[in-house]
Design a protein around this ligand. Structure first.
Ligand SMILES: NC(=O)c1ccc[n+]([C@@H]2O[C@H](COP(=O)([O-])OP(=O)(O)OC[C@H]3O[C@@H](n4cnc5c(N)ncnc54)[C@H](O)[C@@H]3O)[C@@H](O)[C@H]2O)c1
Ligand SMILES: [Zn+2]
Ligand SMILES: [Zn+2]
Length: 399
């Protein structure tokens, strides 16, 4: 007689960052199991870093469960990129020390990529490195930011300018919690998976065509599939390049123009966390710009540009998200992009990841950054913003 076993509640994956193996547990509606898994880290104290929205959704409950195994401090900041900064970090360092953290304590990030990065830096700095665990609650965090050792906060100059490398011990993903995110945030997260496929693994494109929907109403099972696609690519990259400075730079495809779109929206009431351009949406539009630039420079054929457009449309991101942004503000942020200095580049040139074909980045001078004349970047930004103004009102992208 065949014994029909129920499917296991949790799926387990692992990936390597240098010589460190990171354990990932993946489930659905499994907060008790998450608390058990974190308790097994045998911490003398937990410091949860979260934002004020996620606190109400899940961090409060998780803190209550963790309190049963060790004293737990809940540190929360208002949501949004404006709070991913040194002021938040400094405040949290003092509060964690007041709470009595020791080398046996664990910093637990509960939330999207923003509290995740603040927590990562907090863990990396306290006693030169406390253990870090993640409970990501957005697609971006689950599929992208937690699968990395990079931790950074923003300064007034640019995004992610102050940081360090500090890989997590473990990651626990409750897809039921991730699915609670807004369509904008789910959409934003899937764009990073699209980026991985375009820049590194075009073999994933047929599966993405089947999975992506502009409405971004993904089920936990679909989110699990999107996670697996991301882990496939990022896990492979991190094995080869844990510091993301070699082939890992390709993960920054679309981010030169993307980061600038994101930051140009900040402070205008259209910044991230409000109604502006989300990180992944900005990356999608940044990839559209990069593809256009590569095409104009004679590197990328129009069919490959078409695949970019198709997947970005199918992910539900439209150029009208840029309405209200000025090309000058976008260019100013591009000038401060954090990829400057990987290579010498001449004044008037902007280093960018550009593709010669899907999954094949150009690598001039054995590096993956192509120097692009500033005028070409400016033309692509103008085109992007012009097309944005042409979009009909009520576009699904903005919901
Ligand atoms: N390697 C890396 O470290 C890396 C990689 C990718 C992105 N990032 C960073 O991640 C950040 C973007 O991440 P993000 O989009 O997750 O931002 P985020 O943390 O601000 O989350 C987006 C919004 O969703 C809300 N939210 C989170 N989980 C929710 C849930 N389950 N239900 C309802 N609302 C929820 C948050 O309160 C917030 O308003 C950027 O700062 C980016 O630089 C870092
Ligand atoms: Zn990104
Ligand atoms: Zn639109």
């Amino acid at each position: 007689m065949d014994l029909q076993l129920p499917p296991p509640r949790l799926r387990e994956r692992r990936f390597d960052v240098g010589d460190k193996q990171v354990r990932v547990l993946l489930g659905h509606d499994c907060l008790d199991e998450a608390a058990e898994a974190f308790a097994a880290l045998d911490a003398d104290r937990f410091v949860i870093v979260t934002d004020d929205t996620v606190r109400g959704v899940v961090s409060g409950k998780l803190a209550g469960l963790l309190e049963q195994s060790a004293p737990t401090l809940l540190l929360s900041h208002p949501p949004g990129e404006d709070h991913k900064n040194l002021a938040t970090l400094s405040r949290f360092i003092d509060l964690a020390l007041d709470f009595g953290v020791t080398r046996r304590s664990v910093v637990l990030a509960v939330g999207g990529g923003i509290p995740g990065n603040v927590a990562g830096l907090l863990a990396g700095l306290l006693f030169r490195g406390l253990r870090l665990a993640h409970f990501p609650t957005t697609v971006i965090a689950a599929c992208d930011s937690v699968i990395s050792a990079k931790q950074a906060v923003n300064t007034a100059h640019a995004k992610n300018t102050v940081g360090l490398y500090h890989p997590p011990e473990m990651i626990f993903i409750d897809l039921g919690v991730v699915a609670l995110g807004s369509p904008r945030d789910l959409r934003s997260g899937t764009c990073e998976t699209v980026k991985n496929a375009l820049a590194l693994e075009p073999g994933q494109i047929p599966r993405l065509r089947r999975l992506l929907r502009p409405g971004a109403d993904y089920t936990p099972a679909e989110l699990a599939e999107i996670f697996e696609l991301s882990l496939d690519v990022k896990g492979r990259v991190l094995l080869e390049d844990p510091l993301e400075k070699g082939v890992g730079v390709l993960l920054e495809y679309g981010h030169t123009v993307g980061h600038a779109l994101e930051l140009a929206g900040a402070g205008t009431g259209r910044g991230p966390g409000t109604t502006g351009v989300r990180h992944g949406e900005a990356v999608a539009l940044g990839m559209a710009a990069a593809a256009r630039i590569a095409h104009r420079l004679g590197m990328l054929d129009s069919a490959a540009v078409g695949v970019h457009e198709e997947l970005i449309d199918q992910a539900g991101v439209c150029r009208c998200l840029t309405v209200g942004l000025s090309p000058e503000a976008v260019m100013q942020h591009i000038e401060f992009d954090n990829k400057r200095g990987y290579q010498r580049h001449r004044a008037g040139e902007i280093p960018m990841v550009l593709l010669e074909a899907l999954g094949a980045a150009a690598h001039p001078a054995q590096h993956y950054l192509t120097p692009v004349p500033r005028t070409e970047v400016l033309a692509a930004v103008h085109e992007l913003l012009r097309q944005g103004k042409e979009c009909a009102k009520g576009c699904e992208s903005r919901v």
